[in-house]
Design a protein around this ligand. Structure first.
Ligand SMILES: C[S@@+](CC[C@H](N)C(=O)[O-])C[C@H]1O[C@@H](n2cnc3c(N)ncnc32)[C@H](O)[C@@H]1O
Ligand code: SF4
Length: 397
């Protein structure tokens, strides 16, 4: 008699019965001006950004990547930056048409574009919608003119309001990005910002604590930021205002009305796959027996040159068995609802046994819910998220 035994992955290699959902990220690396707090791969566009050449390069980049995503359906597209709204609607139309012609987009796929209120023109936003953008994400940061100035933003409070109003009139799905714990900010000022954002009634809001990132002007010349206790008071005030207005905090910094969560970002946090095209874009792609990470050439001109030579990828590496548990948790534990325990095997290709010791330790410390059906941080774990995630970090061998 033969007994059916579940296949055990060969040591060190993942095995996938089905590949994770796939998203596409497109990076546009130019901005009108570099903000002093920003460490994204964004560069001041001196004169016009080379939009036609860049769209050509993105299409060539996508073509060269097609063998790695062959036959797979794409659930969402995110055009981020930098400032994609610097590009004309015609350029975004050409880009999206090229993507649709080369990969099967799921019906109702979410297509997000990041926009800066300082680049707002109503006709351009309408053009993005007509090109197939379904969701606009606006970098408001604050509605307070003095704070916008302190942040070095190119827009003022009036432009922030005008852009939010136009975005909401044109799109069903809109996100407003705001930051808190700004230079000299009081809890009352942060609450006023939250109230101004809520008054527009967007389906989605993101609130990030302003952080001093290495290699930024603010890191070299720090502005007077609220101290840790003051920042915690500000955060509590902002979160309370959002909850009272019906926004659920479904991820560390993301708030949505029910059913309006960002599907693209949810795919990241649930350890889905993504192909990133454009300067410095990152990819995570699964194959039947491996998971790889890639990064495109970071510097925009170098990227354009290398795509011309058919070599858009600067770095590529396989994700090891030792790293994959940490990478999964880095994402999944950000979600308020966590993820189903079964998704660990589905998304990493390894049985949860590879992180059993760490899971038990996290439960013992009260950072992880003891429920065996889900992987979810406790309220304490959410507060000390970094400590919880770090438990899954393995020493390099
Ligand atoms: C790539 S930007 C997107 C939009 C566009 N570039 C803009 O700034 O209007 C994404 C968001 O990250 C947030 N962000 C950028 N740098 C940050 C920092 N140092 N600390 C906290 N949040 C930051 C901002 O809220 C920003 O809107
Ligand atoms: S506009 Fe956005 S991406 Fe560009 S420098 Fe400012 S924060 Fe960074």
């Amino acid at each position: 008699m033969t007994v059916a035994v579940a296949p055990v992955p060969a040591v060190g290699r993942p095995r996938f019965a089905a590949l994770p959902p796939l998203s596409i990220y497109v990076h546009v690396p130019w901005c009108v001006r570099k903000c002093p707090y920003c460490d994204f791969n964004s560069h001041e566009a001196k004169g016009e950004a080379p939009e036609a050449a860049y769209v050509d390069a993105l299409v060539a980049d996508l073509e060269s990547a097609l063998p790695s995503i062959w036959g797979r359906r794409v659930v969402s597209v995110f055009i981020g930056g930098g400032t994609p709204s610097l590009f004309s609607a015609a350029a975004i139309d050409r880009l999206l048409a090229a993507i649709r012609a080369r990969v099967p987009l799921a019906p109702q796929a979410e297509v997000t574009l990041e926009a800066n209120p300082g680049t707002f023109e109503r006709d351009r936003f309408a053009g993005f919608r007509d090109a197939g953008v379904t969701r606009l994400s606006l970098g408001i940061q604050s509605f307070d003119g003095a704070k916008l100035k302190a942040l070095g933003r190119i827009h003022d409070g009036f432009e922030a309001r005008a852009a939010a109003e136009a975005a909401l009139a044109l799109f069903d799905e809109v996100n407003l990005d705001l930051m808190y714990a700004l230079p000299g900010q009081t809890p009352a000022e942060a609450e006023a910002d939250a109230a101004a954002a809520i008054a527009f009634g967007p389906p989605h809001l993101s609130f990030y604590q302003l952080t001093l990132e290495p290699n930024t002007l603010f890191h070299r010349h720090p502005p007077p930021l609220p101290d840790d206790d003051a920042a915690a008071d500000i955060e509590d005030a902002v979160h309370a205002a959002l909850a009272a207005a019906g926004y659920r905090r479904y991820e560390t910094s993301a708030f949505a009305r029910p059913g309006h969560e960002c599907r693209h970002n949810l795919n990241y946090w649930r350890f889905g796959d993504y192909l990133g095209i454009g300067a410095g874009a990152h990819s995570k792609l699964s194959f039947a027996d491996r998971v790889t990470r890639q990064m495109r050439w970071k510097q925009p001109q170098r990227y354009l040159d290398e795509v011309g030579r058919g070599m858009p990828i600067q770095q590529e590496a396989e994700v090891t068995r030792d790293d994959i548990g940490f990478e999964f948790m880095l994402n999944a534990l950000r979600l308020t609802d966590g993820v189903a325990a079964a998704s660990f095997a589905e998304r990493t290709g390894f049985p949860p046994a590879i992180v059993e010791r760490e899971l038990a330790e996290a439960v013992r410390r009260g950072l992880l819910e003891p429920d065996p059906a889900t992987i979810r941080a406790t309220p304490l774990g959410r507060r000390f998220l970094n400590e919880l995630q770090t438990l899954f970090l393995r020493d390099p061998k």
